[in-house]
Design a protein around this ligand. Structure first.
Ligand SMILES: Cc1cc2nc3c(=O)[nH]c(=O)nc-3n(C[C@H](O)[C@H](O)[C@H](O)COP(=O)(O)OP(=O)(O)OC[C@H]3O[C@@H](n4cnc5c(N)ncnc54)[C@H](O)[C@@H]3O)c2cc1C
Length: 389
């Protein structure tokens, strides 16, 4: 079998078919729709732009596909989900984040299912799975990023309500979300944190558009809580479980971000090969130069190595094994390697790669962010070293 950088799933017919049908949806329906609307990654999207995509993706079976069948999904393994996530990001679709439910959808809510009461499942999580409501996850504060324990948002019990005070920043999907999963410090207790489901239209809650990161995507929101009253029934899990809920999700999230990063790097590689074949220097295509071929070889090697790590770790998750170290290794290696890939892609594109409006320039900015978001590379190294030394 000849090696191709595009993964070959033909030995697993069901997965192969899923990946091919996702590709067909992207290439034949979603991307042409985005082009008709003139959407770019930096377009300010509204809820009205997104909801039809959630619904259509659900109709086709992609939205929440990894969930168990009793929750409307297909019970995909983590390895299969990773394969779909890579494919999703490898074609340059602007709305890709809304197909499987990464942005405010079932993938975001999925890992808190185990903590949710029947009431919380019915009122909050099932509507997210059906693509009717959206959520965001809010831990970060201006002075509490990597060091989440510095958070100042507090919750205090008063009768049968918790009163929330403080504020969160950089909550992805907050501008479109109906509720937030908020982690707050229990008032008066130095080291007890709890997680709450907070309706974003409740009295005492204000959602503002957040800062625009270098990717130009306008999907972050800041949330302020001013004497916001939350029913006791909205406490997720037990008092004191907030960081476990938040960080438990973060470990799986770190792994699941990796195939998305790889998909974006694969897109950069594909565009670079196409460019190198069509760009003529000194009378011949760039791709005939060994210096360019070496770049492409290094890029392909990084992508293949990252994908192999992710597949091995995802298989461990599927066997029920703990992957807290490996998830950090995957995110660390993938973010660093795929940034090298896109940096070389810019180099191959020359001035075109430095130009606003060129897809490679946008990919460069997007991939740079992953060395910080969902855990910085330094924090991943800390976690790996702590576990191994
Ligand atoms: C686009 C985007 C989307 C985001 N989405 C969300 C979201 O949905 N929900 C949410 O809650 N948050 C979200 N965040 C916040 C994100 O998780 C934080 O930015 C990240 O955790 C890093 O925190 P910080 O930016 O405050 O950096 P800091 O923690 O201040 O770190 C600054 C630098 O110091 C280094 N550093 C810090 N501590 C250590 C240490 N112990 N050892 C070694 N080096 C260290 C870091 O690695 C980094 O290089 C998002 C951020 C962005 C940019």
């Amino acid at each position: 079998m000849t090696f191709t950088l595009e993964p070959d799933h033909s030995a697993e017919p069901e997965l192969h078919e899923l990946v091919m049908s996702l590709r067909a949806y992207l290439l034949e329906e979603l991307i042409p729709y985005e082009q008709r609307l003139g959407l770019s990654p930096e377009t300010k999207l509204s809820r009205a732009d997104l909801e039809p995509i959630w619904q259509r993706s659900r109709e086709l079976g992609f939205y929440g596909i990894a969930l168990p069948p009793k929750l409307g999904g297909q019970g995909l393994s983590t390895r299969e989900l990773c394969a779909l996530k890579e494919e999703l990001m490898s074609h340059g679709s602007v709305l890709a984040h809304s197909v499987l439910g990464d942005m405010g959808g079932p993938l975001r809510a999925g890992s808190i299912m185990q903590y949710a009461s029947t009431y919380q499942l019915e009122k909050y999580l099932m509507p997210v799975i059906r693509g009717e409501r959206a959520c965001c996850f809010s831990i970060t504060e201006p002075d509490a990023g990597s060091d989440v324990r510095r958070m100042r948002t507090t919750a205090r019990l008063e009768g049968d309500e918790y009163i929330l005070d403080g504020g969160k920043v950089f909550s992805s999907a907050a501008p479109f979300a109906d509720f937030a999963i908020v982690v707050a410090r229990m008032d008066g207790e130095a080291e007890a944190y709890s997680a709450f489901l907070v309706d974003l239209d409740a009295p005492g809650v204000t959602v503002r558009d957040g800062e625009v990161p270098m990717s130009g995507q306008q999907i972050e929101g800041d949330i302020d809580f001013d004497e916001c009253r939350i029913p006791v029934a909205n406490l997720l899990g037990d008092v004191g479980q907030g960081l476990r809920i938040g960080i438990g999700r973060i470990n799986l999230n770190r792994l699941l971000h990796s195939p998305s990063i790889i998909g974006a790097a694969r897109r950069a590689w594909t565009l670079s090969v196409e460019y190198a074949k069509s760009r003529i220097v000194n009378g011949r295509p760039l791709i005939e130069l060994q210096a360019i071929q070496h770049k492409l070889a290094d890029m392909a090697t990084d992508i293949y190595a990252a994908r192999s790590m992710v597949a091995a770790t995802a298989a461990k998750v599927d066997r029920g094994e703990d992957v807290s170290v490996e998830a950090n290794m995957c995110k660390l290696f993938t973010a660093e390697a795929c940034f090298r890939v896109v940096d070389e892609a810019v180099q191959i594109h020359g001035k075109a790669g430095l130009t606003r409006g060129n897809e490679i320039e946008q990919l460069f900015r997007s991939l740079r962010m992953y060395r910080i978001v969902t855990g910085t590379s330094e924090i991943h190294r800390n976690a790996i070293a702590k576990a191994l030394t």
